[in-house]
Write a protein that binds this ligand. Sequence first.
Ligand code: SF4
Ligand code: SF4
Length: 57
Amino acid sequence: MPAKVDVNTCTGCTSCVDACPAEAIEIENDKAKIIAADCVDCETCVDECPAGAISME
Ligand code: SF4
Ligand code: SF4
């Protein structure tokens, strides 16, 4: 399953956008948004997020 962002926890820091090898994360309304169709389930963003806002569904 693709990664999932908790928008209430996300600070919009963009670290995950830079870290994602599949370019599957974009910032929308100052929050990260996973493009599920592009996510390759690598979990890199889960480890990179300083806020702990990303989990695997
Ligand atoms: S799990 Fe990997 S491919 Fe999917 S959004 Fe996170 S960093 Fe990108
Ligand atoms: S790394 Fe975490 S806090 Fe930063 S934009 Fe991504 S989901 Fe939000």
